[in-house]
Ligand binder design. Structure first.
Ligand SMILES: CC(C)(COP(=O)(O)OP(=O)(O)OC[C@H]1O[C@@H](n2cnc3c(N)ncnc32)[C@H](O)[C@@H]1OP(=O)(O)O)[C@@H](O)C(=O)NCCC(=O)NCCS
Length: 174
């Protein structure tokens, strides 16, 4: 399974330079080409700091996602410790013109890290010729933080609401 065909795009340097003042000089972006146990344990560490157990993925669920098309699986590390992740891809269910964000999570919340990652991701998706970015998220997390407002600040609009499970679908036209 070959991941991260976009790994060498110089645009990712903008995430690193944006994050350096917040996370220090030890900040790095890691784009695995081959998935290893080490990556899985990074994934789990960040997930556990960010989601309640019912929202975390089993190993099989992660592997399913890593076998989608044009997978972007980025880790942010500081001094080789995981600090954040972004997982996105395209799939026919949403159309191949749509880049789908599956998960974004950072350990240190509310410091501007998520916004920097998303801002550069949006720029990259535009450059790649995608027509929109789409994601599904909980309307509100367990701490009452309105996830919709995080994405709305970046220009996303709600396009669908599933009241039963409290999920929303959001989209950004590029
Ligand atoms: C969602 C998440 C990625 C956002 O990243 P972040 O680095 O914490 O967010 P930022 O500090 O960049 O904040 C961006 C905006 O979101 C809002 N925000 C961030 N944290 C907030 C908080 N705790 N309460 C209220 N608003 C908040 C701010 O209004 C901010 O807007 P501004 O840029 O106009 O000031 C991060 O909080 C996280 O990992 N959460 C757990 C995982 C998750 O729920 N992921 C999303 C679904 S996949």
């Amino acid at each position: 399974m070959k991941l991260n065909r976009a790994r060498n795009d110089p645009i990712w340097g903008e995430i690193r330079s944006g994050l350096k003042p917040i996370l220090g000089d030890g900040v790095k972006l890691v784009f695995p080409e081959i998935w290893t146990e080490g990556h899985l344990s990074w994934y789990r560490e960040i997930e556990q700091s960010s989601f309640r157990p019912s929202l975390t993925y089993g190993e099989e669920e992660i592997m399913e996602r890593l076998s989608e098309q044009d997978v972007l699986m980025m880790f942010i590390t500081v001094d080789d410790h995981p600090e954040g992740l972004l997982l996105g891809y395209t799939f026919e269910g949403v159309s191949l013109e749509t880049f789908y964000i599956d998960t974004i999570a950072v350990k240190q919340k509310g410091r501007g890290i998520g916004r920097i990652i998303m801002t550069v991701l949006i720029k990259w998706a535009k450059k790649m010729g995608y027509r929109q970015i789409q994601l599904d998220t909980e309307y509100e997390n367990e701490k009452g933080f309105l996830l919709s407002s995080f994405y709305e600040h970046l220009g996303f609009k709600v396009v669908d609401i599933d009241d039963e499970i409290g999920n929303i679908t959001m989209q950004l036209k590029l």
